[in-house]
Design a protein around this ligand. Structure first.
Ligand SMILES: Cc1cc2nc3c(=O)[nH]c(=O)nc-3n(C[C@H](O)[C@H](O)[C@H](O)COP(=O)(O)OP(=O)(O)OC[C@H]3O[C@@H](n4cnc5c(N)ncnc54)[C@H](O)[C@@H]3O)c2cc1C
Length: 450
């Protein structure tokens, strides 16, 4: 537990403040929520009630109605779980910093989820400055990764190869669930129920992206149901899941993104089958632990992770420079791409899956991104188009995985390949690979039936 707690401000406790505040942002659950457990512990030590705050910001970076809907579907359940611990749950509406500062003013002590992306860091720095001036202790707690970042590789690591041994050495130390006590002191206010429809209406965000509840329903119960179904029916065949037509992956990424399920509990549930399906379990845990936490390392430690000019390696920029004037046979606009109007039936199917369901199979994400590089007038335009579409349509978009995976398309965490047109030494993918390796027409048929 102590390795997860970052003490940002340490102050004497101000006597007239009547509550401990936990600002919950990314960890939308009570189980395996180290921040919440820590906040309850502090509240009980100080003999104060606990207020759990969530700020609903209608202008959240890159969020649209699709993301809000999925998130809010889990809120009533979240509220009930928090109330069961004898804490108050408040949903504030408005600008993140303004709201958290307002609520911090009443607090003797503040706890918040740790943040990894650049806007998360900016908010936390501002709140630290504010808490320091106001004399309020403030901690940020890491619940979104299994291994706290500093205990993996505490710098911009080169690739999965450099991070893997460091994570595997310590992972067992970080799988324990935190002790979840109840708050002893009565809550200051009775939390009103979350009026889902009313909140959705007030958000009034970009509704040009359709809702996807018929494919993914938000919330913890649904996350656990999917985990259970995956373990019972698909885990044993996970090695075949590379084939997009098999639908054998867990589809848990949207739930991980919103913190509705913890990577720790998925890890423990899957790892308990290590003797039964050793290869499948190892392969799954490689994705969940190494690949996913490589992405957190990337966004946290690699400066300029979200800018075309700084997100990949020198060899990749050199090769792109050498090939920037190669002729492009096709160039498509964002509108043509996102309405699946290209000449490539496999790209169109992948794009349709993304637009209609908010999800796309991992292998098709690679193919999809590589094609956008091939069909854009230059690499920077390709990068910006891919990030835009990724974060607009995927329920799991706007995530550390989004930035690391898109950078991977441009060589990050990858190696140089045989040189060819447009791609230079960046890895290339084509439809022959799809046809050779997979039952790809079955995938197209599946998407066409959506
Ligand atoms: C161009 C491109 C864009 C991507 N954008 C995103 C994104 O916005 N958000 C996102 O969460 N993932 C992204 N990924 C990574 C990966 O495709 C998804 O995490 C995965 O498809 C989610 O499906 P699943 O939960 O069924 O995966 P499973 O195979 O069941 O894997 C379990 C978990 O492991 C992690 N994982 C699996 N594959 C990867 C991977 N290649 N890299 C990192 N973590 C992985 C995810 O957290 C996933 O939920 C992207 C990949 C590419 C190539």
């Amino acid at each position: 537990m102590k390795d997860r707690i970052h003490q940002l401000v340490s102050s004497d406790i101000v006597k007239d403040r009547k509550v401990v505040l936990y600002w919950l942002q990314s960890t939308q659950r009570t189980a395996f929520n180290y921040g919440l457990s820590h906040a309850i512990h502090v509240a009980n030590r100080l003999g104060l009630p606990l207020r759990v705050l969530f700020v609903l910001n209608p202008a959240y970076p890159d969020a649209n109605q699709r993301h809000y809907q999925f998130m809010l579907e889990g809120f009533e359940e979240l509220r009930e779980d928090i109330l069961r611990l004898n804490a108050e749950f408040v949903v504030a509406f408005g600008d993140v910093l303004t709201c958290v500062k307002d609520y911090l003013m009443d607090a003797a002590y503040g706890v918040m989820d740790f943040g990894y992306l650049s806007h998360h860091k900016v908010w936390r720095e501002a709140l630290s400055g504010f808490a320091k001036e106001a004399g309020i202790s403030l901690d940020a707690v890491e619940s979104d990764v299994i291994v706290p970042l500093e205990k993996g590789d505490p710098k911009c690591t080169y690739s999965a190869r450099t991070l893997r041994p460091k994570l595997l050495r310590v992972v067992e130390d970080y799988l324990g669930a935190p002790k979840l006590e109840s708050v002893i002191e009565k809550p200051l206010n009775v939390s009103s129920s979350v009026r889902f429809d009313a909140l959705m209406k007030r958000l009034n965000g970009d509704d040009s992206v359709t809702l996807v509840s018929q494919y993914f329903v938000g919330g913890r119960k649904e996350a656990l149901r999917r985990l259970d179904t995956f373990i019972k029916h698909a885990l044993k065949d996970y090695l075949k899941s590379q084939d997009p037509s098999t639908l054998l992956t867990s589809h848990l990424s949207p739930y991980l993104h919103f913190g509705m399920v913890a990577p720790h509990e998925i890890y423990l549930a899957v790892a308990s089958y290590i003797d039964t399906y050793p290869e499948a379990v190892e392969s799954y845990l490689e994705q969940l632990l190494v690949r996913r936490e490589l992405a957190f390392n990337f966004v946290y430690y690699c400066k300029g992770y979200d800018q075309f000019e700084t997100m990949t390696y020198d060899w990749a920029y050199d090769t792109m420079l050498n090939h920037r004037d190669d002729p492009r046979e096709y160039i498509y606009s964002i509108e043509e791409l996102s309405s699946f109007q290209t000449h490539d039936v496999y790209f169109n199917a992948a794009m349709k899956e993304m637009v209609k369901t908010g999800y796309m199979h991992n292998y098709m994400r690679m193919y999809w991104g590589k094609k956008i590089i091939e069909w854009s007038k230059d690499y920077k335009t390709a990068y910006e188009t891919i990030i835009y579409l990724n974060n607009r349509y995927f329920l799991d978009g706007r995530d550390p995985n989004s930035y690391a995976s898109v950078a991977w398309l441009f060589g990050r965490h990858d190696r140089a390949w045989q040189e060819r047109e447009i791609f230079g030494k960046l890895r290339y993918m084509n439809e022959n690979g799809l046809k050779r390796k997979f039952e790809i027409d079955k995938y197209v048929a599946y998407v066409n039936a959506i």
